[in-house]
Ligand binder design. Sequence first.
Ligand code: GDP
Ligand code: IMO
Ligand code: MG
Length: 459
Amino acid sequence: MPTTASNTESATLIERMGLKPGHATIVGLQWGDEGKGKVVDMLAAEFDAVARYNGGANAGHTVVVGDEKYALHLMPSGILYPGKVNVLGNGVVIDPEQLVKEITGLRERGLTIDPATLFISSRAHVVLPYHKTQDRLQEAAYTMPNALDQVVEGIGTTGRGIGPCYADKALRSTAVRMADLADLESLRHQLHRIVPIKNATLKALCEYTGETHEPINADALLDWIKPLADILVPHLADTAGLLHKVGDEDKRILFEGANATLLDIDHGTYPYVTSSNCSSLGAHTGTGVPGHAVGNVIGIVKAYQTRVGGGPMPTELNDATGDRIREVGREFGTTTGRPRRCGWIDLVALRYTARVSGATAVCVMLLDVLADLPELKLCTGYRVDGKAYDGYPATSEELAKVEPVYETLPGFAGPVDGCKSIAELPESARAYLDFIADYLGVPVVLASVGPKRDQSAVR
Ligand code: GDP
Ligand code: IMO
Ligand code: MG
């Protein structure tokens, strides 16, 4: 069972991190897997509510409590603290089977998850099994050689049906929302309208790709949903209204972002992105709480850089150093198990994402992974055709052309996982953090030195 930190410890963390009063958003500033889950879990101790605002089961947030490891995909990472208000906001896309699996799994591990602690937005959209089929077929179709013999790199989605579900949300006529699960007779009619359209779409994709799939049967789909709806419907709520009330009572909300700013559908490295606004900007559309109400945006940054799936990554290391980082950092996906591409920290990208997400503080995670490397490189500029590149490229084609310009700093010796404050870290590790803070113009308020809650060097 997870333990609750004492009030003194909780107050200390918020004070030591130098947060302003009020709400805070936790947002990834790279391509995901920065360690957001760990920071949300740590801060949840002193916040009253945790609200997840975007994404779906494509996310994988690992939280380690003592010797227990939790891999959360949909559940807000605050769920491990008893008595908090946990919200899945309207911006989240919910795979009901996956959510029920997580609820059941957490209950089996002794956690109380009931309608008084988990609130699901009636406005959130539902990921159905055919979305996953469509995700797979769409990816296969996209990478098919075409009449001009062009072969493109796939987006490398997680296959969790995220893109097709958000696409249906935008299309409206083929969408199913959580509220629809509360009236199964009406849902039956809705599915009989949607399923023929889906079958036509999937059939066309199969004809094009040579893949196969079993046609969907609307009644069988309804039978599949029923037991899941029984479990989830009691949790449905007007979550925007609920969060407004929490704010009115001067309680604090932690907004939890999934995925990351470079994967944001509008501001990320399109088209190699996910299908939601995962930057901190999505916290507001994804929950119904306006921007001016949130004074803290905590950008989560890995001490290096990783990426899963397709798309350019200027600082990628296809060498022994990259392999070492992957091994020491255990850089294999929580959701798909895929090896993550590893490289040096990219400060050009971070300056851009810190601005887009409006980061007021930064946590540098997995610093321990870099221990004992002889030197550390930080990308401080891009060059194209020998000329300095200004800003951050809007297209992946342009990003693929840039050459990173590096600053090299001395490495630091490990182990560092016993350091409880930044002041206790070796001098070269502090110099590395100072360089990041100076470049971004945002303070580094926490350096994470291991997966556990207490393996954290706070300011
Ligand atoms: P998220 O998606 O941003 O929540 O991050 P993930 O959970 O996908 O990936 C981060 C991984 O690093 C997880 O396995 C964490 O347990 C682990 N982790 C988090 N912080 C640290 C750290 O400071 N050091 C080490 N070695 N591992 C960490
Ligand atoms: P967390 O919350 C890392 C990546 C996928 C793929 C692209 C699109 O754990 O940081 P999708 O299935 O969303 O359509 O895939 O986005 N991706 C992530 N990469 N961490 C994540 O989440 C991700 N969520 C999506 O690998 O390249
Ligand atoms: Mg992850």
